[in-house]
Design a protein around this ligand. Sequence first.
Ligand SMILES: [Zn+2]
Length: 323
Amino acid sequence: MLEPIQIELPTIFEAMTVNSWLIKGEENVLIDCGEKTDKSWIALNQGLKENGLTIQDISKVVITHAHLDHMGMANKITENSDATIWVSEMVYEWAFNLKELLDRRSAAILASLLPNIPKNQYHKIHDFGYGRLSPYWDEIPKERLQVFPMNGTINFGGQVWEIIHTPGHCLNQTCFFQQEKGWLLSADMVLPMIPIPIIDADRVPPYKGVNSLRTHVASYDKLLALAITKAFPGHFKIIENVQETMERQKQRIHQRKEKCYQLIEAGVSEFMQLMEGIYKERINNATMFMVVGFLDMLEAEGRVKSELINGQLYYSKTAIVTV
Ligand SMILES: [Zn+2]
C-alpha cells in the first residue's frame, strides 16, 4: 500500500501552505486541493508532474472540510478533468450555496467576538465573509459532486479508509483512518500546533456560533482511542508521534484555560484583558478564538459566568458549590 504523497500548495495567508495528499492506486485520488489562485494551480500541476501524472489522471478529489484552503480550487479541477469531488454530508451545501454559508459563518464569528471587544478595536477582527474569500473559492456544479456519510468507510484507489467526524477547527471536518497501517489523514484536526478553533455557524436556525474548542477537545479523545502510527496533516509535514502531539496539545489547552480562570478569579473581567494576560504579544484572531473557547469551557463547567452590560460582556467566577 503506497503512502499518501504530499503536494504542498501556496495560500493567501501569511507564510502558510496547504497540503494536497496524492494517493496513487487503481485510481488517483487527491485529498484536499488548495485555493483557486494561479500560483496554487501551477504548484498542483507541478506536484502531479513530479509523480508522473497530470490533472486528467485524477478521478477523485476528497474534501476534508469546508475551508477555503482545502476546497477553493475543486471547481477548477472539474473544469480541467473528469474528476468527481467527494464531499461529506455536512460539506455538501458549501459546494453550491457558498455565499449564504460564508456569510452565515461570518455573522456567527462577529456575534461571538463583538460583545467581547471594545468598539475602537473592531478593526482587529478579520473579515471571513464572502466578499473577502470568494475570489479564491468557487462553487462546484452539483453533477460533479459525490456525497459521503459522516462515518463508515470510503475507498481511495483500492485502499479502505474509515471516515471519522472530528469537529472543532471546523464543524464539518472529517479525518480518514487506514486501520491496517495506522495512517490518519488528519486534515486540520492534528497539526504540529493546536489548530485554530474557528467559530462556525450551527447548521440549524438561528445559526448561532458553535463551541469550537470544546468540540475540538472531544475530537482529540475520539482519535486517542485509535492506534495511529502516522498523521498526514492539512498543513506542514507528516507527524510521527501523533498520540503524544494530541496529549501535549490537550494539556496545553487545559493549562491555558486554568490560567484564564485564575485571571478571572483575580478580578480580570474583560475579554481583551484576559487576552493580554494569556497571550500578551500574540493578540490576533487565532488567539481570540482560543480565549472564546476557554471562556465557553469554563462556563460549561459552571465556574465562570458572564454578564452583558451596555453591549459588552463581563466575566466573573461563580460561587462553586462543593457537595
Ligand atoms: Zn487548513
